[in-house]
Every structure is written in structure tokens, then in C-alpha cells.
Design a protein around this ligand. Sequence first.
Ligand code: PBG
Length: 327
Amino acid sequence: MSYPEIRPRRLRRTAAMRRLVSETRVDPAELVVPMFVKEGLTEPRAVASLPGVLQHSRDSLRKAAVEAVQAGVGGIMLFGVPASRDEIGSGGIDPDGILNVAIRDVIAEIGDATVVMSDLCLDEFTSHGHCGVLTPDGAVDNDATLAAYARMAVAQADAGVHVVGPSGMMDGQVGVVRRALDAAGHQDVSVLAYAVKYASAFFGPFRDAVESALDGDRRTYQQDPANLRESLREVELDVAEGADLVMVKPALPYLDVVAAVRAAVDVPVAAYQVSGEYAMVEAAAANGWIDRERTIMETLTSIRRAGAQIILTYWAVEAAQLLRQRY
Ligand code: PBG
């Protein structure tokens, strides 16, 4: 019988030892919470496929923003759900559109206490649900959409947002948004590029949360899940166009992509743990099939370990609270 000379288990013996040698920590300051606000609501409303996530009223959004600040999260990402939609998504550009109004509300409430971000995309505002405007034959018109994004970026910056998040996957969107912001005197507003965004089935519950009108899919603009090198090209283009931060989305099924992007660029890398990732865990936990809190923390740690410095997650506020209790 020979005994091992080297015993990795020594460093796993106690909780204190494990804490000492832990290579990855999740910090509340790196978590960003997505929030939905719906025009015309007087009371917040639950989203069936995202248990625990709300469609906020303007009022409840302000309160939730304060709660997020108190929990110590690093940021809030705002999504608007308009009461009505049109072909060209005018509600996204209108200063009185729900998202722009919500940005003003949140900034008035919390100022610079956390980073306020906004989704910069037309899909919540178009009657057809696509992320851009359409040509007469129904294709998504890249360059006409860019003009709309430029105006939307300026409207969001005028409303006081700190970071805009172009998420429509139109070619050239980061450069156009950057130039539009600069031309309007908003040099200080940052661009978080959804540089890498896959045409993912994991976005399903989000589309319930924003009551998406989409019939069909986004495969002509979002990426094929089969591709990795294409993501590096997307990231390289976005950084060249002026992205301050880049994001990979979804997160958990694409950790190889997160790691490759982290290795390829020196701007901060974010990952978006999307609605379907959240819903899967919540559903399994509700059935008693997995330990909810441990699973949440394990997913966040894994996304962090893969190289994401910032994580967008619907669990951000709860996870921040749990992390504070623990340390
Ligand atoms: C587009 C957008 C989507 C998500 C974030 N921004 C939906 C889509 O591309 O279909 C999905 C986020 C999630 O699933 O949690 N505005």
C-alpha cells in the first residue's frame, strides 16, 4: 500500500481553509440587476415565467432602485414596456416614452449611487417585435435602424442615463451610437456593447416580461450558437468602434465564449445571465430538485471564474444580500 505524498484535500478541510484559498469571489459591486417598467401600471405585476421578477410601475421602480442601492449592487439595467407600439418603435425615441421617463425617475431617486444603464433596442417598442425597422419586404433594415438607435441613444442620455446598452446586433451600432452621443454633448455617457449575443432559446421568459410581439426569430441579426470565432470578430469591431464595456449573452451555456472574449480584449467584460437561465433554476428549485441558493451562487461563481468581471442577473439584489450576510 502506498500513500499519496501530495494531498490536495488538505486545502479543503475546513470552511476557513476553503475561504482562504478561494480563487474566485463574487462581489455585489459587480452585479447588475435588470428591471422592467411598464407604462400605465399602478401596481407592479408578476411575470409568470420569471418568478420573483416584476413588471414595475413607475412608483415601484423607484422603490426597487433604492432597494438595489441599499443592497450594494453595481448597477441597474432598465427595460421599458410601452402601452402601445408602432412599426418604427417611436416610443423608444420619444422623451416621454416609458423607458426615457423611467430613466429620469430613477436618476432623480438615486443619482449616482449606482450605475444606471438602459437597453438600447427597438424590440420592446415595435409592433412586429424586431430589434430594428423593416424594409417593405419585411427584412430588418440595418442602416435605417442605426439612425433610430442614434436618436434613441441621445434621448436616453438626455434623460440622464450613465450607460447605454445597444443590444440589437446591427452592424455598426456601437460606432453610430458613440458618434451620436458625442455630437449631442454626451461624451461622458458610456457604451456597454452587447457585442456577443446569440439567437438563443434562453430569452423566452424575457419576451413574456416585455410582452414581445415577435413572431419568428432573430437569426438574421443575432449569432448562431454554433460559432465562437465570430464572437471574437464582433468584440474586436465593437472595441474599435468605441465600446467602453463588452457583454456576452447568454452566460452559462457560453462560458467558453466568455473566457475567449476575456483573453482577447482589455475592456471590462460583462456576461448576462438571461431569463431562461434564471427560470430553469427557479423551476427546478420550486420542485425541490436542486438547492436554490447554492445553485444561484454556483452559477454566479462559474460565470465570474470564466472571466466575466460584471454579471447581469435577475438575482443581483438577493445575491448581494446573501453575500453581505455571509461575510
Ligand atoms: C433585446 C434584449 C433581449 C434580452 C435583452 N435585451 C431579448 C432578445 O434579444 O430577444 C433578453 C434578456 C433575457 O432573456 O433575460 N432588447
